[in-house]
Design a protein around this ligand. Structure first.
Ligand code: HEC
Ligand code: HEC
Length: 146
C-alpha cells in the first residue's frame, strides 16, 4: 500500500502502518518548484497534502501564513500543476482543505512523543514545519532517522 494514498486517511492507525513499510516520500524533482517553494522553507513533498489543499494554497499565495509568496500567473500555474499531479490521495473536506502538514492527524501523532520535544529543545527548532532541523534528509524524502 502506498504511503501517499493514506496520508489523509480518516483513521489514525492506517497511515502509521503504511508508513512503517515505506522508506521514503517522493522528493520534489521540478527545479521551478524547488526554487520558488524552497526559498523560505524546505520545498515540501507534494504527497504530504491532497490536491484540494494545494489548489487552495496556490490561490492564496498573497497571504501565505502571513507572508507574501505571490508569483506571476505562469509560474503559479506551472507549480500548481506539479503539486496537484503529485498530490497525496485521500479524503478531505473540499470546502476547507488543510493547509498545514503539521496539523494532520498522522503528523501530530508521530510528533507528540518526548523524543520530538527533546530534539526540538536541543536543536532550538522554532517550528515543526522545519522538517530538516530533525530529519537530515528531509528534502530527499527520508524521515525515518534523524
Ligand atoms: C516568502 C516566504 C515563503 C515562500 C516563498 C513560500 N512559503 Fe510556504 N510558508 C512560509 C511560512 C512563513 C510558513 C509558515 C511556517 C511555520 O509556521 O513555521 C509556510 C508554510 C508552508 C506550508 C505549511 C507547513 C506546515 O506547517 O505544515 C506549506 C505546505 C507551504 N508553506 C508550501 C509552500 C509552497 C507550495 C510554496 C511555493 C508556491 C511556498 N510554501 C513558498 C513562507 C513561504
Ligand atoms: C523537532 C524535531 C522534528 C521536526 C521539526 C519534524 N520531525 Fe518528523 N519526526 C521526528 C521524530 C523524533 C520522529 C519519530 C522518530 C522516528 O521515527 O524517526 C518523527 C517522525 C516522522 C515521520 C514518521 C517516520 C517513520 O517512518 O516512522 C514522518 C513521515 C515525519 N516525521 C515527517 C516530518 C515532516 C514532513 C516534518 C516537517 C513538516 C517533520 N517531520 C518535522 C522529529 C521531528
Amino acid at each position: 500500500m502506498r504511503f501517499t494514498a493514506l496520508v489523509l486517511s480518516a483513521t489514525l492507525l492506517a497511515p502509521l502502518t503504511a508508513m512503517a513499510g515505506e522508506d521514503s516520500v517522493p522528493p520534489v524533482t521540478d527545479p521551478l518548484v524547488k526554487k520558488e517553494c524552497g526559498e523560505c522553507h524546505m520545498a515540501f513533498q507534494p504527497a504530504f497534502l491532497p490536491a484540494a489543499s494545494w489548489r487552495k494554497m496556490m490561490a492564496t499565495l498573497g497571504d501565505h501564513f502571513g507572508e507574501d509568496a505571490s508569483l506571476d500567473a505562469v509560474t503559479r500555474d506551472k507549480i500548481e500543476s506539479y503539486l496537484v499531479a503529485n498530490a497525496g490521495r485521500g479524503r478531505v473536506d473540499r470546502a476547507n482543505p488543510p493547509l498545514r502538514i503539521t496539523e494532520l492527524n498522522w503528523f501530530r501523532h508521530e510528533h507528540r512523543e518526548g523524543e520530538v520535544r527533546r530534539m526540538r529543545a536541543k536543536r532550538n527548532v522554532k517550528t515543526l514545519a522545519d522538517c530538516a532541523a530533525c530529519h537530515r534528509d528531509a528534502d530527499r524524502g527520508y524521515f525515518e532517522d534523524d
